[in-house]
Design a binder for this molecule. Structure first.
Ligand SMILES: [Zn+2]
Ligand SMILES: [Zn+2]
Ligand SMILES: [Zn+2]
Length: 255
């Protein structure tokens, strides 16, 4: 399977509008980050995790012409506000797109994007989605999807494990029970917002601590803010941990 990091920025994106800091004004393309999302091509289909506000640009960059399913981690704006771009895929692929999330996320998405789901907006121009609450592992077209509960400030949201990769964006802590479900990973993509602690996100040091507990073959940081400069961070990190950049790709075994 192939994993593409479509975006690896925190909620503002990097550069931040109006910010003149050295990262926001850097010429290094690896310091230009769109909002967090990954695209996973598996034997069973093409799976998008979250619909970032930058989905349209991300889809152009990677020529994404098919989305078979969307997995939502949670309902924050930086993970959902590209939802309307799914319309294009309804037209192109002539299919309703199945979307999945935990019960709280599904309920929030249904109320935040009421026009999509309540049947009251008839003139068309809305995405055709079938959103399902999940509360455990499930199969999608023969691909095992394993939701992983993580803490995000004072609520619990989902990361996902598929085969030997796991995606844990937006986490301030990973419960012991979830750590147990993350053994034997080739690739762990994990939140690391900045150097200083934050109530809703792991810091660089905290993320390194979590990675040491999980012991994946390789780990990659995502949801990074403008405090993190790609080259500097890359040089500081242990050799099996790297900062992500938009467009980073991995080829992994399916199982
Ligand atoms: Zn976020
Ligand atoms: Zn900045
Ligand atoms: Zn969030």
């Amino acid at each position: 399977m192939r994993v593409i990091i479509l975006g690896c920025a925190t909620s503002t994106g990097v550069p931040i509008i109006g910010c003149g800091c050295s990262v926001c004004t850097s010429d290094n393309p690896k310091n230009k980050r769109t909002r967090c999302s990954v695209f996973i091509e598996t034997q069973g289909g093409k799976i998008l995790i979250d619909t970032s506000p930058d989905l349209r640009m991300q889809a152009f960059r990677h020529n994404i012409t098919k989305i078979d399913a969307v997995l939502y981690t949670h309902s924050h704006a930086d993970h959902t506000h590209g939802i309307d771009e799914l319309r294009t895929y309804n037209f192109m692929n002539k299919m309703v797109i199945p979307c999945f999330g935990d019960p709280q996320t599904v309920s929030n998405i249904k109320s935040n994007f009421k026009y999509i789901f309540d049947g009251s907006y008839s003139p068309g121009g809305k995405p055709k989605l079938e959103i399902t609450s999940i509360n455990g592992d499930f199969d999608f077209n023969g691909v095992r999807i394993i939701p992983i509960e993580v803490q995000h400030a004072d609520w619990f949201i989902l990361g996902y494990r598929i085969g030997k990769m796991a995606y844990l964006t937006d986490c301030s802590g990973v419960p012991e029970g979830s750590i147990k479900r993350l053994k034997g990973l080739e690739l762990l993509i994990i939140d690391a917002l900045r150097y200083k602690p934050h109530p809703a996100h792991l810091s660089v040091d905290q993320a390194i601590g979590v990675i040491r507990g999980i012991k994946p073959k390789m780990a990659v940081f995502t949801h990074m803010g403008h405090e993190l400069e790609y080259e500097k961070l890359s040089n500081e990190l242990p050799k099996n941990i790297e900062p992500a950049y938009d467009g980073m790709e991995f080829d992994l075994d399916d199982a």
